[in-house]
Design a protein around this ligand. Sequence first.
Ligand code: 26Y
Length: 806
Amino acid sequence: RNGMGLRPLGTSAAEFEQDLLSNLYYRRGTTVESASTQDAYETLALTVRDRLAERRVRTAAAQYAANPRWVYYLSAEYLLGKQLEQNMLYSGTDRIARIALRQLGLDPDEVTALDLEPGLGNGGLGRLAACLLDAMATLDIPAVGYGIRYDFGIFKQDFQDGRQIERPDDWAFQGNPWEFPAPDDQQTVFFYGHTEKDAAGRTLWIPGEVVFAEPSHMLVPGHGTDTVNIVRLWRARGSHSSFDLSRFSAGQYAEAVDEAVHAENISKVLYPDDSTESGRELRLKQQYFLVSSSLRDIIRRFRLRNSDWTDFPKKTVIQLNDTHPTLAIPELMRLLVDEEGLSWDLAWAITKQTFAYTCHTLLPEALETWPVHMFERLLPRHIEIVYAINEIFLTEVRNRFPADLDRVRRMSIIQEEPERRVRMANLAVVGTQAVNGVAELHSRLLADITLRDFAELWPEKFHNVTNGISPRRFVKMANPALSDLITEGLGGDAWITDLDRLAGLEPLAEDASFRLRWREVKQANKVRLGLGDPASLTDVMIKRFHEYKRQQLKLLHIITQYHRIKQNPGQTFVPRTVLFAGKAAPAYHAAKHIIRLINAVAATIDADPAVSPYLKVVFPANYNVTLSSLIIPAADLSEQISLAGKEASGTGNMKLALNGALTVGTLDGANIEIRDRVGADNFFLFGLDTPAALELRNGGTYSPRAYYEQDGELRRALDAILDGKFAGVGREVADSLLGWDEYLTLADYRTYVDAQDDVDAAWQDTESWTRRSILNTARSGFFSADRTVRDYASEIWHVTPVKVTR
Ligand code: 26Y
């Protein structure tokens, strides 16, 4: 019997089989003879989940006993990836589960295929949140992730005539077996209304709408440890009294549930925006919904073991994943001052010490702001608090920089022109004890440019924490063949939780037989992916579609290569498969034009037998964590070609390098740190650096046309588009490049094409390429999310692990 007085769950296939039968019978109410595949899947999920439950209970007990400083990670997005495979790996049940299923006459692949990925995020920021949770659990850090349980995640992408179309992602329609509902911890969230002063002079918020927040959580197991943390996701529910019986009785059935339906809209759908602010009230409502319910839960947990408010920041650090949860700052002030009766000054000291803010962008247009009129209608008390924070803050600025009115205007939390708006990044910097960027260059540019005024005022507040990725999900799980080879090469699998050990592979780069096996693994991964000739150079660009990321530059290279092949019949070329994957925000028309043009170019090449032996463009639809895990292990070349100074970090760049792809890239985001580590010889560098890009853009003399006129190959590529050579598609793309070319694509075209020629030459020396591939893996251990979390823990959170014992 274990500590709970329960019979421990078995670790043999026979015991697992018994538990499957038992769960099928008692939880699904059926038997193997009559079970559907869905029954089998849900039963498998429960049986695996049960094996983590006991660890979870022990974790909660150990953490409660330690009364530690907790990390609360607030994020509007999580891209957790499929849970079944992860939880089988972490519970060590993968092998026995498969045997047991077969014993019962079930096909493991058919059953596991029903596991869906919860797509509760857009891209890098959402996946980073998931990688950090994984690393926190692996490092035994007491942590809870808070988020929203969207009914509909990121849209499913399809192509119709080469155009992106969006379909809803009803990921939880069949239920979600990974989730533990916790209705007892329901919270109440208020919106609208007005404020009043009571007799004692305290401010009261009289809300106009009440919504319930119902939590459920999913398990976040650590690897190689007994720690199982949780991610708690909130779902909006109408109040029980919102069913209008009188209307229902009068036959107004739809109207009777109006209010509840309205409330439940809050957690209905993830905003499919990536870095453009959509300005919809519902999004602001989502943000407050997340923040209000999470803070109440955090305070409830604090009170389990503590009573003195001054201990709150000693026991709590709340990390804001970008500005999306920044309303937590005025919300904590409101709770402390209005509800708990603390003085403003004490409340402000507690609040500032509690929060830390991670910024994920440099693009000024991606800094969130909200119209004051919308803010004050939805959150009438919070706008008063924001004004009060701003007043105190601006007094500090005026004292430090007397007579610098322009600085005060720039730093104000309230933007005045052309319309009054709340600047969420300013609020986030003012209300936190630490601000960090996500790569060295990004953190430097934040302090020098984007948040310069703030860094001058509080230099000690600014930090860098370079992003990292989960080696469990993106090496061990995504690339089992490479993982086995690495484990064999290193003589053990300790690298999975200590990624710096990959350095031990370096000498093996000189071992011809190891290189051969390395190539065989890559080859097998290409076969598994099943797109394009596995013998060809697999050139991969996988990320959200955005003009700054410059998929259009890759396209210009492809068209150039197409022309070279056509113009030189009889000549041979390095065969390439170029693989794009990624989604565009539904309203981002320029990005959608690029998608359509890629598909048109792919079709033109496919139909041309003179070109198709050497060049193939593939674009599988609906890029997500699952698809990325198939593509990344098959990549030879990683395209990281954003204009320098635009990509905060990138994390796909790290995943690809760790899986042995060589990078062709600019000096942007974490590319710089990747190149520093893997070595300049093992990285294809091109393009303007940040100072040169800034100068060219801001100099006012940039002329994309001049590049077009001077470079024959570039001209041919753009003319082909303009002349309608690709089914008449893509003129908008060419027009935009020749017109303004916001991201200096044409300025970087020539050095990019030259770098690609170097790639082709390097590819032809197979042994040398393999050596460089191995070195990319061996030298990328730094990019483990474990290192990232250790950096946060020591520099920003000041937390220590709590070991879970038996
Ligand atoms: C305001 C709202 C519409 C919004 C929604 C999502 C704004 C931004 C985002 C997502 C941003 C994002 O994913 N940023 C990426 O974060 C990664 C993790 O730090 C970085 O690696 C990547 O460079 C950055 O673009």
